[in-house]
Design a binder for this molecule. Sequence first.
Ligand SMILES: *Cc1c(COP(=O)(O)O)cnc(C)c1O
Length: 385
Amino acid sequence: MTTATLPAASELPAAAPQASNSLDPYLDHLLQRLTAAESTNVGYPRATDIDYTPLAPFLRLMLNNTGDPRVDPIYPLHTMDVERRVLAWTAELFRAEPGWTGYLATGSTEGTLHNLRLARSALVDAVVYHSHAAHYSAGKAARILGLPAVAVNATAHGEMDYADLRAKAAKSRSRAAIVVATIGTTMTEAIDSVPDIHRSLDSAGVARRWIHADAALAGAPAALTGRHDFDLAPGGADSVTVSGHKWWGTPVPCAVTLAGRLPLKTGRLISYIGNHDTTIAGSRSGLAAVLLWHAISTIPMPEQRRRVQQARDTAAYACRQLTSIGWPNWRNPDAVTVMLRPLPEPLAKRWPLPVEQDQSHLICMPGITTNHVDRLVADLQGAHR
Ligand SMILES: *Cc1c(COP(=O)(O)O)cnc(C)c1O
């Protein structure tokens, strides 16, 4: 890991006088580097099959959705109506019951923080439980909120160890439990079972509970293809968060966060904005709502499901091709994430894949094709020889 130092002001290129539609040479160069990098980005999840460029005219406007999305703020350049459509679509996907609330956050990290805050205000004296394979944002949210956090073991494939949850929760059975269930762990895309979490808490004697489903990546493909045990219907989770920049690849990070209950009243009314303060962020991106609505509205449901199947097929293809050259690999059921032995040094530069505990992965997001897989496998075969 290298740490870049910030350039001194004197080292920065002087802003070139420019025509209105031309880029500064520095940014132009940057754009070329980023565009080139995209062709080998298979390590981090971002769908690349959706064209957002028709939305360029919206860049002329400063779109700001301040406050609660249920209310139109005074500032007229908001897209709260679009945000409400995005929320309603997602609430239906996650089978939320009437009375749900939510908003479009900056990402799943903020979504988890928001929901743990809701849980804290609903439950006195709570302990947060998350597995060792959970995203680092779960522990971070607990620290920010001053909540004690207990890390539960995970299996070799990354799923929560429910017996360990039961044992650890039983030690604090008089306290409430806030459990972060990961729907698609960051490294192996394992899905924690919310029904098993309920059963573990039942047998630990913990009645007061809130289960938050951190479904940043895999929540969308799972729900789109009929896996619903983590959603907001009875017996499922109390809150759920799904990122927009992962499964739908919005060029601006964002996440839909939804909760099935309404413990935080309406939040303080801020007369300056003419709205209630129910979100973590103040100013929120109105552009993100437009981008996400574009992804949802231009892809009809059957096509949404076909995207999932195609990504899974590509992942299965990657496993077969890696196996055919003798490179160790595996994947969780239905995952688009393929676990593999880390790439040798020279290749790791061209294909920047994360490595954790001697395992690496590639993620076959929509837009990643068998052609990407073939190029990677050919490179690997060349280096291997
Ligand atoms: C990516 C990810 C996050 C973080 O989401 P951001 O939207 O980047 O904040 C949280 N949890 C899981 C499981 C993730 O994969």
